[in-house]
Design a protein around this ligand. Sequence first.
Ligand code: FE2
Length: 430
Amino acid sequence: MNIDLIVRDATLPDGRSGQDIAVAGGRIVGLEPRISATAREEIDAGGNLVAPPFVDCHFHMDATLSLGRPRLNESGTLLEGIALWGELKPLLTAEAVIERALAYCDLAVAQGLLAVRSHVDVCDDRLLAVDALLDVKRQVAPYFDLQLVAFPQDGYLRSPTAAANLERALDRGVEVVGGIPHFERTMPEGAESVRRLCEIAAARGLRVDMHCDETDDPLSRHVETLAAETVRLGLQGRVAGSHLTSMHSMDNYYVSKLLALMAEARLQVVANPLINIVLQGRHDTYPKRRGLTRVPELRAAGLQVAFGQDCCMDPWYSLGSADMLDVAHMGLHVAQMTGRAAMRACFEAVTTQAAAVMGLSDYGLRVGAHGDLVVLQARDPIEAIRLRAVRLHVVRRGRVIARTAPRATALALPGRPVQVDPAAYAPAAG
Ligand code: FE2
């Protein structure tokens, strides 16, 4: 067999060390210690962590890298962000959306991020961003998985043309049904939007991913409706609730009942730590609520929980760098997931769990899966998060598509020249 690539001496996210990974025909064909075959190209991982690529299952690619257009968000608030997006939307051109999205995909590849689920606003009768991102999806397909969600940003019922536009977007090839029930005029209308959108997904055989209860309102109940509709329509395991920040503020007794319903629906949960920590709790004085949904409790209930980036240099969020380790780092801190297993779970939230939310097939490091991987300048997932480790090699289908030099700093201290390797400081045990 002609082997295209062998990565040698890899440490896997599950802790197995000294592993060789062979890729042929775009697929992993060997994963074991010391593969004797030779390959067209070999990478010595030198005991570093080799992981499947990062996955961002909640993003807005139609807005990314638009920071400063038409002006900056001076207050840094959600309200000014929404106003800004409203100003920018009529000014968008297909060329500009495509150019920014392609630039973002380049940035993502450099960070080992090879799959993104992006919501795309359908509350623009031109569907300009929909067509632009469908074009981008085709262009990047050889090296990047872009999945699109039809997202009625201004409300499925509240915006007069959103319902028709959403169906038009799905007809054109957008593959996931989105929604924003907490933005509808009333709680009953929010529930009605959830019902109708889930019915559309069931009729078309599509997945659902709704912005759901992205508020601090302890009485927001749309996740309950989303779970109930999932069960009613037999959509278990195909529906994601994004944000769910109101769960942070809900009554504990109610949540104990809700978790069981969500587990019955096999609802997938997507928290967006960078955005939730800056946008929630804004009406609070002190103490200020964190607003992140109940990640440890959701995991303990057996639910899949992923972390998304949501925004990168757009009207809502001026920061971001397509670095899913940055997202995991923030999630770990805000959810206080500092236990050893909990920290590893934060790494899974931006890799395997996010891939499950997107329904990616043949993802992961195992024989038969796609030959996609990232070699990191770190020994294990915890160190990778701590250092936001350098992605030394990014591999897609057995081909290296990005390389970054290891991070090292030369100190010039008097009489003591020394190189500082950030990964040189390891725990004494474990
Ligand atoms: Fe979002």
